[in-house]
Design a protein around this ligand. Structure first.
Ligand SMILES: O=C(O)c1cc(=O)[nH]c(=O)n1[C@@H]1O[C@H](COP(=O)(O)O)[C@@H](O)[C@H]1O
Length: 304
């Protein structure tokens, strides 16, 4: 097997070391939460105008956080809400983030039967991908033959995936915690990721198959850190969903390696948080993004 170097996992580790940050800024634009001046500039309530505002907003965030954090995670759903115009905006945001040396985790939670999974993998991660994302969130529900096409693409290009293992939402346990053959479904997913990563490790011991484990389940996060020594863990649920620094620190290896922690609303709409609202009203929303990013970096001060 020939594996593209440097791998996505290596690039992410290097970006963490360079920025001394484990923060992933989630780009989840919402019409109702855009700063007032941007909402006022919408002349007609048309998807094209909102999409242009989303591009402006997300690129404005990227300008603030580039150099401060290793990666950003655009959530496709919010762009898809605007239809084709939203997808053009998503493409522009991905391109702009990469031009600012930020790694992009495209949050699409994609997957399907193997032959269609190949199309998703080529679409988002392939060498000729029009999106050129560095990585993609992937659902494991269709099994190993649905994950392998993504791994094949990761072998060819410096790309990675983050597979849903234990999600942050309260209802995730209904299926993920289901016990079968003496282990839970999420433990079985973790085992599969470890098997697939083993022949593909970089010099830090990480493979292309990352995992998603929510900050809202610290006990399971600690267990999953042990079960998946070769996966970089994407930890969402910090901030707005209640996850705190003490909850996520168990997801890391020494020196702040092996995980990144996502926060979306608490950073991008920080200007609306009570502690920032007065100081950063109106046009000062980018300064609120900066303050919230600096604060999160300080709280997650795990890099040696
Ligand atoms: O894959 C994800 O990123 C994800 C998985 C998960 O278990 N929980 C979760 O919240 N997410 C995403 O992480 C982001 C969390 O946003 P905030 O709650 O605003 O920080 C959203 O884009 C979610 O779609």
């Amino acid at each position: 097997m020939t594996i593209a170097t440097p791998s996505f996992a290596t690039l992410l580790t290097e970006a963490v070391q360079k920025t001394r940050s484990v923060t992933c800024v989630g780009l989840d634009p919402r019409k109702a939460n855009l700063p007032e001046p941007m909402r006022q500039a919408i002349a007609q309530d048309r998807p094209e105008e909102w999409a242009a505002a989303y591009t402006q907003f997300c690129c404005g965030i990227i300008d603030v956080v580039a150099g401060k954090v290793p990666c950003v995670k655009p959530q496709a759903a919010f762009f898809e809400q605007l239809g084709p115009a939203g997808m053009i905006s998503l493409g522009e945001v991905v391109r702009y983030a990469r031009s600012k040396q930020l790694l992009v985790i495209l949050d699409g939670k994609r997957n399907d039967i193997g032959s269609t999974a190949t199309a998703y993998a080529d679409a988002y991660l392939g060498a000729d991908s029009p999106w050129q994302s560095d990585s993609l969130t992937v659902s494991p529900y269709l099994g190993q033959d649905s994950i392998e096409p993504f791994v094949d693409v990761c072998d060819q290009r410096s790309a990675g995936i983050f597979v849903l293992v234990k999600t942050s939402n309260p209802g995730g346990g209904l299926l993920q915690n289901r016990e079968t053959d003496g282990q839970s479904v999420f433990q079985r997913v973790a085992e599969l990721l470890t098997e697939l990563n083993k022949p593909r490790l970089d010099s830090h011991g990480y493979g292309p198959l990352g995992a998603v484990v929510g900050a809202t389940y610290p006990e399971e996060l600690a267990q999953m850190r042990q079960a998946m020594p070769h996966s970089v863990i994407l930890i969402p649920g910090f901030g707005a969903q209640g996850g705190a620094a003490d909850d996520v620190k168990v997801g890391f290896h020494a020196g702040g390696l092996g995980a990144v922690v996502n926060s979306s609303r608490h950073i991008i709409f920080a200007y609306q948080r009570p502690e920032y609202a007065e100081k950063f009203a109106g046009n000062a929303w980018q300064r609120a993004v900066e303050a919230a990013t600096d604060d999160m970096n300080q709280q997650l001060n795990f890099c040696e």
